[in-house]
Design a protein around this ligand. Sequence first.
Ligand SMILES: [Zn+2]
Length: 148
Amino acid sequence: MSDVRQGVWPSPIDDPYANEVTQPFWDAAADGRLLGYRCDGCGTFISPPPPRCFQCQGTAFTWVDLPGGGTIYSFTVVRHPLAPYLQAAVPYVSAVVELDGTQGAGARLLVNVIDCDPDGVQIGDRVEVTFEKVSETLTVPRFRPRLG
Ligand SMILES: [Zn+2]
């Protein structure tokens, strides 16, 4: 488990919950790249990877690099520690981010927004991905306010 720092949700795991479909996402994260899962049939990005595209029912998908920016679609500020050891982590921001380079609605990630004032976060804020290596096999994508 990683150190508990204010504003940062510590990863409770050391290995990603991955399978042959999702492992490329985690491999890319370890390499500092954010991937999106795109339908080969119609180009729709979908997150998390589904068995079928919700637009065209296609079953073929390709992981592609995304630019790494995003927009806060929704968020909450967690102020109550869910376990005693999380006392040092609160308050932290948990947000749904629409990913740049996708069509938006189907490609959102639930992420921890770090390096921010939790009381200043707003829907529509621009953010960018940053990666935190928490173990030899797990690198967690987080987002932080985008400057400029
Ligand atoms: Zn499709």
